[in-house]
Design a protein around this ligand. Structure first.
Ligand code: FUL
Length: 480
């Protein structure tokens, strides 16, 4: 009886604490769960490797002999270990670049690795990397260039069938694929089976991309399709490693297509876009995408890479960092050392979140389960939310004793959409609240925004959310 009574009282107490306040309605467009999981990868590697590597080229013409492809020490596990130590969550390899040479053995064309001296024609670089990824817990992706400077039938219907058949092989032979790269460089001069001429195609319609994307949905439903206009993620609009300070994860889908010429729009997104298409920032650790001996002393330093991280991941984008595998078939020493040092730098710079030791108050709260304390609990899936109609608000963090800070990290709960379009920050120094001066626009936040500023001693931090597309949904705020 006593036990029963205790249970009843417990249930009553629980009921009075429970908060049934509904979550805010989504503000469209919103990401699919796979787009959220993809964005949470944050950094992953790119590999450019192929005939170009052995012939000191960036864009092979399509006539280089497969006999020149001969890496003597190729070790895909060395690549994978480098990426793991550099904190990367996956890798995308150029299975076929514009020169048309296929890094996997295929019956579809003679222009493939089985015609090279590598492993006496029995090698499969795509397969070797896929296996290394499985062993080291990395996600695996492929780049399959639509433009093909080798094929005699480039420009005709049969080439499009060939392209789709190659895609099917990659989607079915190598296990799970997290991303497929549909590059936007398209048409121009090439070998084209000996024709040696210039061919132009209709960028928008020639490749029948909707059919390719449907094949991906069917065979690899968890994969993200990259192109200038998605449908999974979009190009950031430059190869400098720089996402827009204002960066919306949307585009007007009817306007953008692979090969879209307005790169500035891709950099910031379309604030009124109808499709969720977050930006991916692709950049090489060296000046070129492919390996060139002359660039051995031009590898980006850890400092340089650190800056790229803040300009990409810190601006609501992902970072796709390219490693030009060398002629031996390895990632060169400087490249791997600098990538690992970069990761250690970021880990160290963002290790001690002082807001975990702060009191936090909000101007307005939707209900108990959306309390301000959700923003410094380290859990992306819980968030502070404001009531319907309250599209502005203030978060105030205060410390018992002063703290030194030089970075501020903000995250929106993007499963319900990207909302904030303007915010400002104040720092409490002594008794005074002073505006934080940063060199960047403080407009959008999205999945992640990181602001950098000179080290400052503060007693508190206050964030004013000044404009948003709906009630605020803030997942996390951290200061380091
Ligand atoms: C571009 C290509 O033309 C480059 O060669 C490289 O692959 C880069 C990632 O994409 O469009």
């Amino acid at each position: 009886m006593k036990k029963h009574l205790c249970f009843m009282i417990g249930t009553l107490l629980l009921a009075s604490c429970a908060d049934n306040t509904p979550a805010p309605e989504p503000v469209y467009p919103i990401p699919s769960p796979k787009q959220v999981a993809w964005q949470q990868m944050e950094t992953y590697a790119f590999i450019h490797f192929g005939l170009n590597t052995f012939n000191d080229m960036e864009w092979g013409y399509g006539d280089t002999s497969p006999q020149t492809f001969n890496p003597m020490r190729l070790d895909a596990e060395q690549w994978a270990r480098t990426f793991v130590e550099a904190g990367m969550k996956g890798v995308i390899i150029t299975a076929k670049h514009h020169d048309g040479f296929c890094l996997w053995p295929t019956q579809l064309t003679e222009y493939n690795i089985s015609r090279s001296p590598y492993k006496d024609g029995k090698g499969d670089v795509v397969g070797e990397l896929a296996a290394a990824c499985r062993k080291y817990g990395l996600k695996f992706g492929v780049y399959l260039s639509p433009w093909d400077r080798n094929r005699a039938d480039y420009g005709e219907k049969s080439y499009v069938e060939y392209y789709h058949a190659g895609l099917r092989e990659l989607l079915t032979r190598y296990g799970d694929i997290f991303e497929i790269w549909f590059d936007g460089a398209n048409g121009g001069d090439g070998y084209y089976g000996g024709a040696r001429e210039t061919r132009n195609i209709d960028r928008r319609n020639y490749y029948d991309f909707p059919r390719a994307w449907a094949m991906v949905d069917e065979l690899q439903p968890n994969a993200i399709c990259f192109s200038d206009g998605g449908p999974g993620c979009r190009w950031v609009g430059n190869e400098r490693g720089e996402a827009g300070q204002t960066n919306w994860s949307f585009l007007r889908s009817a306007e953008v297509y692979p090969g879209y010429p307005n790169h500035d729009e891709l950099n910031v997104g379309h604030p009124d876009g109808d499709a969720w298409l977050p930006a991916e920032t692709d950049v090489s650790i060296r000046p070129g995408w492919f390996y060139h001996e002359a660039e051995d002393d031009k590898v980006r330093s850890a400092d340089n890479l650190t800056n790229l991280y803040y300009q990409s991941v810190g601006r609501n984008s992902t970072l796709l960092l390219n490693f030009p595998v060398n002629k031996e078939g390895l990632i060169s020493k400087t490249d791997s050392i600098n990538a690992v040092l970069f990761h250690k730098r970021i880990q160290q710079e963002l290790s001690h979140n002082v807001l975990k030791e702060a009191r936090v108050e909000a101007s307005d709260v939707r209900g108990k389960r959306f309390a301000a304390s959700q923003v410094n609990d380290g859990d992306f899936n819980t968030y502070w939310a404001t009531p319907d109609g309250a599209n502005t608000g203030v978060l105030t963090f205060t410390f018992d004793s002063p703290r030194l800070v030089s970075k501020l990290m903000l995250q929106e709960y993007i499963p319900l959409g990207q909302r904030v379009s303007l915010f400002s920050v104040e720092m409490q120094q002594g008794d005074q609240w002073l505006p934080l001066k940063v060199d960047e626009q403080t407009t959008t936040i999205g999945y992640k925004r990181i602001l950098r500023f000179p080290e400052t001693q503060v007693n508190g931090i206050r964030i004013h959310f000044l404009e948003a597309r709906g009630p605020l949904c803030i997942s996390e705020v951290a200061a380091y």
